[in-house]
Design a protein around this ligand. Structure first.
Ligand SMILES: [Zn+2]
Length: 508
């Protein structure tokens, strides 16, 4: 049997001004990687493609590798880029007996709200009977269009996402069993009228910890797969929010029953999915107190309004300005996306002093208040090609490339400045720039939850600090125009209310 494998992965922040073109999906090349070299690059890595390759090879299938197109989160995907990726995958579908797809599930394009659903619709329009397995991110905003046009669909159980390969293995095992006639998967999908806050979605915390544990428990019992998607609120589309996909062996009623159970549980815990923003002055004070208290390890200051892995520009300056104003010492900052400043520093050379206008360069029309460049004078401490091998469970084994990179030292504050967006979740991103994160008093990270995979255990204290950016943690700073209403917590204060999700939806 010949199986096609391909990836088209993007989390779209519809408020983000960062352009999403084919170059962004191509990791520094002209086009995304495709063909046999993808198998060599991804085999054995902690990625969805790694999981698919593992199962397909174990099952003795012939692999026809398509494109591996993945871009860091950013604004809506450009139309020509989307058409390129869709055409490549539809073309692949015409040459295989079955298809294994690594998609994200929260892709919006300049034309389509649901990029993945439209791709699957097109494949099935050309090849109505083609078996298709899909693995999605936990932040997927799942739609009926996706479910109607695939055979098996699974999602991550962890955030930080350290089970990407397990997720695609789960999809592929069910899928091959189906092709062998051993199981007859029946899928049920439904959503709850709620937008869980990303800062409250981590699976170390209640309520998502308990929800994902229940999903796994059901997978060991009557269900083939149970995926609870917390959704991605900054993709302002009709179907954004929390949903559940349950797969059983031929029993639609059972699938619906367990799906309802999880949706009810999530709805009952809805207040725990709401995030309260602390005034930044207070956060900065807490960080300083924590640094003076006994104990080892750095205090992490989390600049969570500008997380590139949620579509942030990675160049807003408010939190760094507060760090410098407060006179904090021994700080390592990761990082700023500012290719122009990197070039200025390369021109100046290591050891020399430069004055730069750092960050605040990408206009953010979705926000009323813009970030401004920060004028900083410092020393060019280090220049680098910005490449490192991921060592933590997320993406382990893959080579990450930040593009030309530099470290700017302002007193004892060292700032990483890079030319390609990447969220700091692996301490190697500091080490490849000559900084040892465990030895610093403070780390300032532009991240929301993924930093936990590599930094949580080494931190003395974590202080979430409000700044500015298009992944703002204050929903009132952006205008939701497309998500279905009513939706919690945008509509109505339900504190202490025992309204059911159905009753809430009927309020209209
Ligand atoms: Zn995600």
């Amino acid at each position: 049997m010949k199986v096609g494998i391909a990836m088209m992965s993007h989390e779209t922040n519809t408020f983000s001004p960062v352009v999403t073109d084919l170059q962004r999906f191509s990791a520094g090349r002209d086009e995304p990687r495709s063909g046999p070299e993808v198998v060599e690059v991804y085999r054995g890595t902690a990625s969805c493609l790694g999981g698919y390759i593992q199962v397909a090879e174990a099952r003795g299938a012939d692999i026809l590798m398509g494109i591996a197109a993945g871009a860091p989160p950013s604004g809506p995907v450009e139309n020509d880029c989307y058409e390129y990726m869709c055409n490549a995958i539809v073309e692949l579908a015409g040459h295989v007996d079955a298809l294994l797809l690594d998609l994200h599930g929260a892709m919006a394009t300049k034309t389509y709200e649901d990029g993945e659903g439209e791709l699957l619709r097109r494949i099935r329009a050309s090849y109505p009977d083609l078996p298709i397995a899909v693995s999605l991110d936990m932040h997927a905003n799942v739609t009926s269009l996706m479910l109607d046009n695939c055979s098996v669909l699974t999602g991550y159980h962890t955030y930080p996402h350290i089970d990407m390969d397990e997720t695609s293995v789960r999809a592929a095992e069910i899928f091959f069993d189906m092709l062998d006639g051993k199981v007859a998967p029946v899928m049920h999908w439904d959503h709850a009228p709620m937008l869980p806050h990303v800062m409250r979605q981590g699976t170390d915390d209640h309520p998502n910890k308990a929800l994902q544990e229940r999903a796994r428990q059901l997978e060991e019992g009557e269900c083939l797969a149970v995926s609870l998607f917390t959704g991605f609120p900054h993709a302002d589309i009709y179907d954004a929010g929390l949903s559940v996909v349950t797969i059983t062996d031929g029993n639609a009623d059972t699938a619906r029953g367990y799906s309802d159970e999880l949706l009810d549980q999530a709805w009952a815990d809805r207040e725990h999915f709401v995030y309260e923003v602390e005034p930044p002055e207070q956060s900065m004070q807490r960080a300083q107190q924590a640094a003076e208290a006994p104990g080892d390890g750095p205090v992490i200051i989390l600049d969570h309004y500008d997380n590139t892995a949620s579509g942030g520009t990675m160049d807003t300056t408010e939190v760094l300005a507060a760090v410098l104003d407060a006179g904090l010492e021994d700080v390592a900052v990761f990082g700023f996306y500012d290719p122009d400043v990197v070039q200025e520093m390369i021109a100046a050379g290591v050891g020399n002093e430069v004055t730069v206008e750092l960050g605040g360069k990408l206009p953010m029309p979705a926000l009323q208040e813009q970030s401004k460049p920060l004028t900083i004078t410092g020393e060019v401490k280090l220049l680098s090609n910005g490449r490192f091998k991921a060592r933590v469970a997320m993406a382990r084994g893959l080579t990450m490339s930040m593009g030309p990179s530099a470290v700017l030292s302002v007193g004892s504050v060292d700032i990483a400045i890079i030319s390609r967006h990447i969220e700091p979740y692996d301490p190697e991103c500091f080490r490849c720039l000559g900084m040892e994160p465990t030895q610093r008093k403070y780390l300032m990270l532009k991240s929301r939850i993924h930093y936990r995979v590599g930094f949580k255990d080494l931190a003395k204290e974590i202080v979430e600090c409000a700044g500015r950016g298009v992944c703002t943690s204050d929903y009132s700073e952006v205008e939701f125009k497309n998500v279905r209403r009513p939706i919690y917590p945008l509509d109505g204060d339900l504190k202490g209310s025992n309204v059911t999700r159905a009753e809430f939806e009927q309020r209209g």
